[in-house]
Design a protein. Structure first.
Ligand SMILES: C[S@@+](CC[C@H](N)C(=O)[O-])C[C@H]1O[C@@H](n2cnc3c(N)ncnc32)[C@H](O)[C@@H]1O
Length: 281
């Protein structure tokens, strides 16, 4: 089942010109975990196999394959746009998310964020995107629990951008109290149990300044596309993500409101994904 799930992602990426195997071969020289915190204690939920990698996010092959796998997600979303490349699908998917975040700021009279955390930044694709989309930002920190992913992020890092990467836990982050304007979790929480998501919300409330924005971007449990997936495909999708049942049954908006966030809304960014935002009072 897991091998099949991986093959589906691989084939859909290659069908739009993403050279999966060639990319991985090019990456293989990247094998120094310079940002690793050797004292890091990994939560049990993180030590499960993910995405058909036996050691989950804690291995080199998983890190090398992040980029084509991320393109595969965009390609799956814009299946009908046969002439779009993997990169075009990525840009469309991410632009809609950024538009949702910017319009939320405008609607609530908030200035665009200057100090941003990209929690679960993986190999930095979301962090670099944020840096391009929020050019006014003074500091963007990509935080991730996988030192392998961070090694790849460091390698592809455009050093002129206001980006820093850190090996850390999103639920116990190194940021000081009230120090950030926006905290983003892009495609992280479908990989986490409910207790961890609740901790992310609490931690975000601590590190955001009053008026700061918390944004969770992920699969939309209310999406007709996801709800109408044939059971076999849904099972295939879940076979490589051990916590997805917890994610799909979690009331994220209610948890954010219960933690004190105001103006909590869900915006559909495309037919599969949503952006849930709230403001720290
Ligand atoms: C699907 S990837 C997200 C990719 C990226 N943000 C994007 O938008 O393309 C999920 C990431 O969350 C990270 N992650 C999961 N739990 C975490 C935690 N508790 N603290 C920090 N990072 C975590 C994983 O290591 C992985 O890199």
């Amino acid at each position: 089942m897991k091998v099949l799930a991986k093959q589906v992602r691989h084939n859909s990426a290659e069908s739009r010109g993403v050279r999966w195997d060639g990319h991985v071969d090019n990456m293989r020289r990247q094998n120094e975990k310079e940002l690793e915190d050797p004292a890091m204690s990994y939560p049990d939920y993180y030590l499960k196999p993910f995405h058909a990698y036996e050691t989950g996010n804690l291995e080199w092959l998983a890190a090398y394959e992040v980029q084509p796998a991320t393109y595969a997600m965009g390609i799956r979303t814009f299946k009908d746009k046969q002439h779009w490349s993997g990169d075009q699908c990525f840009v469309e998917l991410r632009s809609r998310i950024t538009d949702a975040i910017k319009s939320y700021h405008t609607r609530h009279g908030l200035p665009l964020p200057s100090r941003i955390a990209d929690m679960g930044c993986s190999t930095g694709m979301s962090t670099q995107w944020l840096a391009e989309q929020f050019p006014q930002a003074a500091a963007i920190t990509g935080l991730d629990l996988s030192p392998y992913f961070l090694a790849v992020a460091e390698e592809r890092w455009v050093r002129s951008a206001p980006i820093t990467y850190v090996h850390g836990l999103a639920e116990q982050s190194p940021f000081s109290d009230s120090s950030l304007d926006m905290v983003n979790f892009n495609f992280v929480i479908h990989e986490c149990p409910q207790a961890a998501i609740e901790s992310f919300i609490r931690e975000s409330s601590r590190i955001l300044r009053p008026g700061g924005v918390l944004a969770f971007v992920d699969n939309n449990p209310r999406s007709a596309t996801i709800q109408n997936l044939p059971p076999a495909i849904f099972t295939l999708m879940k076979s490589t993500e051990p916590w997805s049942d917890e994610y799909y049954s979690f009331d994220l908006e209610a948890a954010m409101r219960a933690a004190g966030f105001k103006e909590v809304v869900t915006l559909e960014t495309d037919h599969r994904h949503r952006c849930v935002m709230g403001i720290r009072p």
